[in-house]
Design a binder for this molecule. Structure first.
Ligand code: PRP
Length: 232
């Protein structure tokens, strides 16, 4: 593999299908990247962006960290929840400012989750985040992994509480649950493979800088477009 060939290869950026995909493409467009290759994509999963300089790889959120860690994608756009949940070795370089929500402990509206001495059961899509949260409190809990609609677990009597994403709070409210404690604020983050950050630093920094400027222009403030390149 010659150096010249390596430099000509498009950078691969993995993005979670759905909402983050739309917001990422909107930001790329604002950054002057031609995203017409992503229109009428049908079932295609790899799409040319920015006149072929980038390839958008559409993946499941949890797989993005895997692809970026393994270096088969140079960069990725993924929620902070996915980063927190996976043991990962990658650079988290920028808070993109969209996909804002929070991960919370929630339980029945009239329930004091911390009352009583019995070991509580908590249902979640995020067992590692939940385990870490309760370990920091030195609290023993049973954690049950659920794949979706986690709010069902307390309603069905499987769990005393849930650790889950809350955006509007509508799902909790509609099901008689409420937020009990904030675990973390979340948003979409730009992540970079460790080796790519060294081998393709100039190209990757150019992408970061274009996205950061576009974000700033779009009014994403409060650290939303802060590049965190320490150690890279
Ligand atoms: C997420 C989350 C909550 C809901 C919160 O689920 O797990 O169920 O959104 O949103 P809200 O606060 O605006 O009501 P998602 O829609 O991703 O589906 P899932 O539960 O099947 O994973």
């Amino acid at each position: 593999m010659t150096e010249g060939w390596c430099v000509m290869k498009p950078l691969k950026i993995a993005v979670a299908k759905g909402r983050l995909e739309e917001e990422t493409l909107a930001l790329m467009e604002k950054a002057g990247m031609d995203c017409s290759g992503a229109e009428d994509k049908g079932r295609k999963l790899i799409l040319p962006i920015d006149q072929g300089r980038l390839q958008l790889v559409l993946a499941k959120a949890a797989d993005i960290v895997t692809y970026v860690e393994h270096g088969v994608c140079d960069m990725g756009v993924v929620g902070k929840d996915t980063i927190m949940e996976s043991a990962q070795s990658l650079y988290e370089v920028m808070d993109l400012g969209f996909g804002r929500c929070r991960i919370m402990l929630a339980a029945y509206q009239d329930m004091d989750f911390y009352q009583g001495f019995g070991v509580k059961t908590v249902a979640t899509k995020y067992p590692n985040i939940a385990r870490g949260f309760f370990e920091r409190k030195a609290m023993d809990v049973n954690i049950v992994k659920i794949e979706g609609s986690v709010e069902l677990a307390p309603l069905l009597g499987l769990a005393d509480g849930i650790v889950d994403i809350v955006e509007t709070g509508g799902t909790l409210k509609a099901n008689g649950l409420e937020e009990k404690e904030l675990i973390a604020h979340l948003s979409a983050r730009l992540v970079v493979n460790v080796a790519s950050m060294k081998m393709r630093k100039t190209e990757i920094e150019a992408v970061i800088s274009r996205l950061r400027d576009a974000g700033a222009e779009a009014g994403l403030t409060e650290g939303a477009v802060k590049a965190v390149l320490a150690g890279a």
